[in-house]
Write a protein that binds this ligand. Structure first.
Ligand code: GLA
Length: 388
């Protein structure tokens, strides 16, 4: 986690010397349930011990925000009343969240903010959700008397992506960042928004991320196209079944998908096929976790990878290569994590294999791509909170 004093020293230096409140929110991992959130399905994320930490202080102006991104050494000032908002992509998260919190009735006024993060950027660990949740939590505390609920902050983060950053994401990342709890994964039903905490202490196993360092970028990426494909399939099924209520693929069966196969085309069909399969896999993983059957969990992870790679087509050569190495090394489970198009694989690996696996992956990847993957041991941490 980012050191509070580090953020504070920059906050003092770049503004008027006064201190504010310090907030933090984490990035996330996801054990299984990928691209299911915007399809009304299940996800299985957990917050990590890496995140974004921000110091914020109202600056007595009506609507001037002075923002400093410590890691980028970049300062941007803007007004909340400016309809365009700032151009710098990192500053748009602050602008977007502030406006979304205002919509929720928080009387946000001008403020100074400096922030830093240790969620690797572009690794598929949701550095953007960490920013949104952190800023939402801070503005709610400073201007809103903490009246906005955790769920509304989750939705404000998602709306920021949709309205200001061009990513039509689901709610998994913001949910995990706000609701995370140390030592626990969470199973969320994205349709009903019910969730439960699952203590995750796999005896004899651990989770490790291998970052391909292929930068994943969801804005302007085919991420939104995937979502459109899913929605297209739902539309066709709904037209065929006017008697039913079809909001997302969650409401659709395998038979109904088969019925529209010819009309939606091969590509959209394969996308939907992955999503229906993934819904079943998350439920199978829950049962397996309850029984302590980690081999079964791993088997599902490999299936998910295959689906994400071949049917959903959000993998890349480097991630497939890392997945192959995991298989060769006898790793229990391995798959692409997050939106895809780069980023990490998440690996469930037996303790006795861990060292050999990581060494082999580094060596083989380096031979092929000229650099090593980065290795992050997963520590499941707490969600959004005030630090001081
Ligand atoms: C990104 C999005 C999430 C989710 C995942 C894929 O992280 O922000 O909403 O769709 O991709 O599971």
């Amino acid at each position: 986690m980012i050191d509070i004093e580090f953020v504070r020293s920059r906050f003092i230096k770049h503004f008027d010397g006064k201190t504010g409140n310090v907030y933090t929110s984490p990035g996330r991992i996801n054990l299984i349930g990928e691209h299911t959130d915007y399809n009304g399905g299940f996800v299985f994320p957990g917050a990590v011990d890496k995140g974004v930490t921000a110091e914020i202080r109202p600056n007595d102006t009506e609507d001037t925000v002075m923002a400093y991104a410590i890691d980028l050494k970049d300062r941007v000032d803007f007004k909340l009343s400016d309809p365009e908002g700032p151009r710098a992509s990192w500053a748009r998260y602050i602008y977007g969240i502030a406006l979304e919190m205002k919509k929720l009735g928080v009387p946000v006024k001008g403020f100074n903010i400096a922030f830093a993060g240790d969620v690797p950027l572009g690794a598929g660990m949701s550095s953007s959700a960490a920013m949104e949740s952190c800023f939402a939590f801070g503005l709610n505390d400073l201007f809103g008397d903490n009246k906005v609920s955790q769920w509304d902050m989750v939705l404000a983060g998602q709306a920021t992506e949709h309205n200001y950053c061009g990513v039509n994401c689901g709610i998994m990342d913001q949910f995990a960042s706000v609701f995370g709890k140390a030592g626990c994964l969470m199973r969320l039903d994205c349709r009903s928004r019910e969730f439960e905490y699952f203590p995750f202490k796999p005896d004899g196993y651990r989770l490790v991320l291998l970052d391909s360092v292929v930068k994943h970028q969801l804005a302007g990426s085919p991420y939104n196209d995937r979502r459109n494909s899913c929605e297209n399939v739902v539309k066709h099924i709904a037209t065929k079944h006017p008697e039913g209520k079809f909001e997302t693929l969650r409401d659709c069966t395998w038979e109904q998908l088969e019925e529209v196969k010819a009309e939606v085309g091969e590509e959209d069909y394969r996308r939907a096929k992955f999503v229906l399969g993934e819904k079943d896999r998350v439920l199978a993983v829950c049962d397996a976790l309850n029984e302590g059957d980690y081999e079964k969990v791993g088997e599902m992870m490999y299936k998910t990878h295959e689906g994400l790679s071949k049917d959903y087509e959000v993998s890349c050569e480097e991630l497939d290569f890392l997945n192959d190495i995991a298989k060769e090394c006898g790793v229990t489970g391995s798959r692409i994590m997050g939106g895809g198009f780069g980023g990490c694989t998440i690996n469930l690996v037996r303790n006795d294999l861990y060292k050999q696996f990581v060494e082999t992956a580094k060596e083989k990847f380096n031979t092929k791509y000229g650099h090593q993957p980065k290795v992050y041991d997963v520590v499941i941490g707490d969600g959004s909170r005030r630090l001081c």
